[in-house]
Write a new protein. Structure first.
Length: 419
């Protein structure tokens, strides 16, 4: 039996958190200084229950040998609109492409350039009401488009003096933008050789015209390794310049942050924990799955070393030189990435699967943070958006050609049921 919130009231000492459900329950809910902590030891789905993704897509956008408007490259976002149209942010051509509910091309807007409605490097795309919000990383600015494809406005998110650019990273249900700025420890001197870095991100909520509404906090980003390749100082100005290469640390944690409804969802992947904040930055809920991180094996290290060197990269010589000097941790990150669907169920992908496996497990938690169970998603799909009854993502064919596919999934039980 699952003990539901509000059924049992426990009297606790001030130093002990009140809990609903004992340790023998699959879900334990407790309060800690006004923050709800939900720990899931098992899922609520029983045998034969749960959600299942359809094998065949209901819509496919893109082809391996079709016309240019169906040739996708470096897709950075895809959104399914309420009328069934699909908008694709195709960074490879600096375009937004609109397709109907069957995958037929309707129109393309945008192009490479510096003018209004033009892009240099699309980083991501989100929707705020009837406005598409596109982050152009190449120009450190945000472009706003209508859902009909008209360019509305170009804005820059507010940035603090003497800091880097602010980058959009999502939208909330009230139409505001989630964005942030990298925070580096400028007091640490640069050194020759390989360095270990752990940058933070200051997350904020912005209006559509770029003004700051709220500061949501400063959060860990990732474990990185970097090396200064060469450095020099301008004698006239005294400004130091450096050429460097930065890469993710082997099996290092990498954070995910998502805006959904009126909440910010953040996970560092250091442990199996997701933090849920209100729209003004107050921590409201912690979702936990108390399981240990998987160990890093010798086979994992060998595979990493094989994949680390990209012979087509201009940093290939550095990669070959450094690949056997890297330090490897004892465990992997707790999970891969997080996606919050339109009902605010939280989908968490496993960190890594063997390359010969067909599916990747996604653990689903309901809007209250309780674990429901596991949904299998094809490993070839990079999930971008999850609706009430579909999963939209980038599919990689056998020839590594990108397609955007929408798969329906069947719900065998209500996501809010506890029985």
């Amino acid at each position: 039996m699952i003990i539901r919130p509000g059924v049992v009231i426990l009297v606790c000492m001030a130093v002990v958190a009140c809990a609903e459900g004992g340790r023998d329950s699959p879900i334990v809910v407790r309060d800690s200084s006004g923050v709800t902590i939900v720990e899931s030891y098992e899922g609520l789905w029983g045998e034969g229950e749960g959600w299942q993704l359809a094998v065949e897509p209901e819509v496919t956008v893109g082809s391996e040998d079709g016309p240019e408007e169906y040739s996708l490259y470096d897709v950075r976002g895809a959104i399914r609109l309420d009328d069934g149209r699909i908008v694709v942010a195709n960074s490879g051509t600096d375009e937004l492409r609109f397709y109907d509910s069957t995958g037929s091309h309707l129109l393309s807007v945008g192009r490479d350039g510096f003018g209004p409605g033009e892009f240099k490097d699309i980083y991501g795309m989100w929707i705020a009401g009837d406005t598409l919000v596109i982050q152009d990383f190449g120009q450190d600015r945000v472009s706003l488009f209508s859902i009909s494809g008209e360019h509305v406005e170009t804005v820059m998110l507010h940035r603090e003096p003497n800091t880097g650019p602010s980058v959009a990273a999502g939208t909330f249900s009230d139409g505001s933008i989630l964005g942030g700025q990298f925070v580096f420890d400028r007091t640490t001197p640069r050194k020759e050789g390989m360095n270990f870095q752990q940058p933070d991100m200051a997350l904020r909520r912005y209006t559509l015209d770029g003004a700051v509404l709220d500061s949501l906090g400063t959060f860990f980003v990732a474990d990185l390794i970097s090396e200064i390749l060469d450095s020099k100082t301008d004698e006239a100005t005294g400004v130091a310049y450096a050429s460097s290469v930065t890469s993710s640390a082997p099996f290092g944690p990498h954070a995910t942050w998502k805006a959904a409804g009126e909440h910010l969802y953040y996970g560092s992947s250091k442990s199996y924990e997701i933090l849920v904040y209100g729209i003004q930055g107050t921590l409201e809920r912690i979702i936990r799955r108390p399981i240990p991180n998987e160990p890093v094996t010798a086979a994992d290290i060998d595979r990493f070393r094989d994949d680390f060197v990209d012979e087509d990269s201009r940093f290939a010589s550095w990669q070959r030189r450094r690949v056997f000097e890297l330090d490897f941790p004892g465990t992997k990150p707790a999970y891969g990435t997080i996606v919050v669907d339109k009902l605010e169920n939280v989908w968490v992908s496993e960190y890594e699967t063997a390359e010969d496996e067909t599916f990747r497990d996604w653990t689903v938690f309901d809007a209250e943070g309780r674990m429901l169970g596991v949904v299998q998603v094809p490993r070839r799909m990079r999930v971008l958006e999850i609706g009430a009854e579909y999963v939209l993502g980038v599919w990689y064919t056998d020839l590594d050609v990108e397609q955007v596919r929408s798969h329906r999934f069947l719900r065998e039980m209500s996501p809010r049921s506890s029985n």
